[in-house]
Write a protein that binds this ligand. Structure first.
Ligand code: ADE
Ligand code: ZN
Length: 328
């Protein structure tokens, strides 16, 4: 099945571009931009990536992002991710970025979007990888700050397909951002939100009913509520699940306990993604491999998961059909 994972074209729908910052590039950019980082060696970095919760990861992840300063830094970061996609036969990506992580440090919105967008355009032309960009609001910040970010995004609307919600989940429910998401929808953005990663299933209900999401990111805690599971199945709401991330951040104890296959068998539209691959020990194919190695999944089910990555994407129906045709 490992060969099949490598061979089949795939889409990735839950990837934080800042979470693809490999230690080697972090060191290089730290040196170039004269930014202090709390590690002397790559070994030390890897030791620090021993997380106990989402917050313990976020603290290190935001510190790492401090090395990103210029447009070319954002370009190099994105280009490195796309080269890995090419190597893993990922043909379509929908990637997140966190503008507030950078604008808070006086890096302009334009610097960030231009760097990422130029790499995505080059990726489309030279690597044949299609892409969409999703801007996330940091949920530990206020709704007023999210409004500011929404306003800043408007000149770049042609480059951004959706608005999402990430960062520290517990204590920052979707309801905190109901108004700004309504404004984002009125601007024509699609909507996604992290919900039910560490937070309870009520956060998933809120994302559905208050934010009117097109996709739920993670969503693994839906299994606490049988009515919710039934509802997610009935409306075929995509869940962008990130298996290695869930185990690394201890949302799930062990890969053998992961509920992705159970949810697939119940008829939910679950997909496989890498979240923050530089921090969690694997890109997309390694996430599929972890499933194959630890869960009793058939080849047909593996193909269904891969097919779901296209079905759940923001691609046109015509393009979805073309990609799905390659899987049969
Ligand atoms: N930002 C980057 N990765 C995240 C995750 N897994 N959950 C919430 N916010 C994030
Ligand atoms: Zn995420």
């Amino acid at each position: 099945m490992k060969e099949l994972i490598q061979k089949l074209p795939k889409a990735e729908l839950h990837l934080h571009i800042e979470g693809s910052l490999e230690p080697e590039l972090m060191f290089k950019l730290a040196q170039k931009n004269n930014i202090a980082i709390p590690y002397k060696t790559i070994e030390e970095v890897k030791q620090a990536y021993n997380f106990t919760s989402l917050q313990s990861f976020l603290d290190i992840y935001y510190a790492g992002a401090n090395v990103l300063i210029t447009e070319s830094d954002f370009f190099d970061l994105t280009w490195a991710y796309l080269l890995t996609c090419k190597a893993q036969n990922i043909v379509h990506v929908e990637i997140f970025f966190d503008p507030q992580t950078h604008t808070k440090r006086s890096i302009s919105f334009k610097t960030v979007v231009d760097g990422i967008t130029k790499a995505l355009q080059k990726g489309e032309i030279e690597l044949g990888i299609s892409s969409f960009l999703i801007m996330c609001f940091l949920r530990h910040l206020s709704e007023a700050e999210a409004y500011e970010t929404l306003k800043e995004s408007l000149p770049f609307k042609e480059h951004i397909i959706a608005v999402g919600l990430d960062s520290s989940e517990v204590g920052n429910p979707p309801s905190k951002f109901q108004n700004v998401f309504e404004a984002a929808r009125k601007e024509g953005y699609k909507i996604v939100a992290h919900a039910g990663e560490e937070g309870s299933s009520t956060y998933i209900w809120e994302a559905l009913t208050l934010l009117h999401v097109n996709r739920i990111d993670h969503g693994i805690r839906c299994d606490e509520d049988t009515n919710l599971v039934e509802h997610l199945k009935n409306i075929q709401m995509p869940l962008t699940v990130c298996p290695l991330s869930n185990v690394k951040l201890r949302a799930i104890k062990d890969m053998r306990n992961h509920n992705i296959l159970t949810l697939l068998r119940k008829g939910l539209l679950v997909t496989v993604n890498s979240d923050d691959p530089a921090y969690f020990g694997g890109y997309l194919n390694e996430n599929y491999e972890a499933i194959v190695e630890n869960l009793d999944i058939s080849e047909t089910e593996l193909k269904a998961l891969i097919g779901n990555s296209f079905k759940a994407s923001f691609l046109s129906e015509k393009k979805k059909k073309a990609y799905l045709g390659l899987l049969s």
